[in-house]
Design a protein around this ligand. Structure first.
Ligand code: NIG
Length: 368
């Protein structure tokens, strides 16, 4: 943990370091926190990317059997061991890019057993790797194909079987609230049930259409309302009013070829405290760099470098209920720190396409 923060002369007069790390004049920032990513999957979906470049939409591709459902086979057909072997190198890359904590969602199993397997993989990765993972069960990511035409049966299984079992392995439950997946009534039922079983709630809302998901997340007092590209003014006011934090994923519309971007400035003006995340996943964003996210948030959302850094550190930690432990360099907090070669914090957003990380410290240990 950090025991003191201050200028070098003051600190050296009070402490003698067992080991000295010289950042060489580079910028040091808190360990970055990625508050939205489903990283447990096998196989990538670059073919869909090419199709979108050719003009097809994310929803059209999903309706034709692609999308989330096309990632199910990889998870269902794999052992825990194989999924862990796919996840660990991804965590290496997160760490290389200065990310020391991620919120890790399941969501590509969509049977009770396969979702629980995903949570076990996340727990095993937490033991094996320096990156800290906070587990979310995204059992309501989609209606599995076996439940075509009878989504209520899947919702029943999620509420009665999955959430109770997941509650011992995950901190949060999550739902994809969208017109082609779970509507408002279904989402309310899923999230109320998750909460009854002791899970915190996070929600994918208003990503592709303006359904009123933000209003629902506010009504339920969710820990986060994620995406929000199509949020209404009323939805923004509701989030601000209830203190529900937006988690914005600025690379996703870019990756999906969707024109509409989240109105981040209006959210900040309304008093919201947005987090920024990669949403690293095989379908809607194959990028793990929060530095890329910060630059894009500046260019498209008009967020300052300081706002972008807050979004990838303290605000992100707060959505995970870890704001008292992570996300800033303060006495008593866990010593997660990233040493970069950047000359000042404006370079966080100004530089594109380069990894400025020199050293990564997690819980006081140099891990990279
Ligand atoms: O956050 N929106 C839902 N889930 C992911 C997409 C997952 C996928 O396409 O595989 C997201 O963007």
């Amino acid at each position: 943990r950090f025991v003191a923060v201050g200028a070098v002369p003051e600190l050296t007069s009070r402490f003698r370091g067992r080991e000295v790390l010289d950042a060489g004049g580079g910028l040091a920032v808190p360990g970055l926190v990625d508050s939205h990513t489903p990283p447990v999957f096998l196989g990538t979906r670059e073919g869909e990317f090419e199709q979108r470049i050719g003009g097809r939409s994310y929803v059209e591709i999903a309706a034709a059997g692609g999308g989330i459902r096309s990632s199910l086979e990889g998870v269902r057909g794999s052992t825990e061991h194989l999924l862990l072997a796919a996840l660990l190198p991804r965590l290496d890359r997160f760490l290389q890019l200065g990310t020391t904590t991620i919120e890790a969602k399941t969501g590509y199993g969509l049977t009770v057993a396969d979702e629980l397997k995903g949570l076990d993989v996340i727990a095993a990765a937490n033991q094996a790797h320096a990156v800290e993972l906070v587990a979310t069960c995204l059992g309501a990511h989609d209606v599995p194909p076996e439940f075509n035409g009878r989504p209520d049966d899947w919702i029943e299984i999620v509420c009665e079987e999955l959430w109770p079992a997941a509650a011992t392995k995950a901190a949060f439950a999550d739902v994809f609230t969208e017109s082609h997946v779970f509507g408002l009534d279904a989402s309310r039922r899923l999230m109320e049930s998750a909460r009854e079983h002791g899970l915190g709630i996070r929600m994918h809302v208003d990503q592709l259409t303006s359904l009123g998901g933000a209003e629902l997340a506010a009504e339920l007092g969710a820990s986060s309302a994620d995406h929000l590209e199509h949020v209404s003014e009323h939805g923004i006011a509701a989030l601000a009013d209830r203190g529900v934090q937006p988690v914005l994923c600025p690379l996703v519309p870019l990756f999906l070829g969707e024109a509409q971007e989240a109105p981040a400035r209006r959210m900040i003006d309304a008093g919201c405290a947005p987090a920024l995340s990669t949403d690293f996943n095989p379908g809607s964003c194959y990028c793990m760099s929060l530095f890329e996210v910060m630059s894009w948030a500046a260019l498209r959302y008009r967020m300052s470098a300081a706002e972008a850094l807050t979004g990838t550190t303290l605000n992100a930690a707060c959505t995970l209920g870890l704001g008292h432990e992570l996300g800033s360099v303060e006495v008593g907090k866990r010593a997660d720190l990233v040493l970069t070669d950047l000359p000042n914090h404006s370079h966080l957003t100004y530089e594109l396409g380069r990894n400025p990380v020199q050293k990564v410290i997690k819980g006081g240990a140099v891990v990279r």
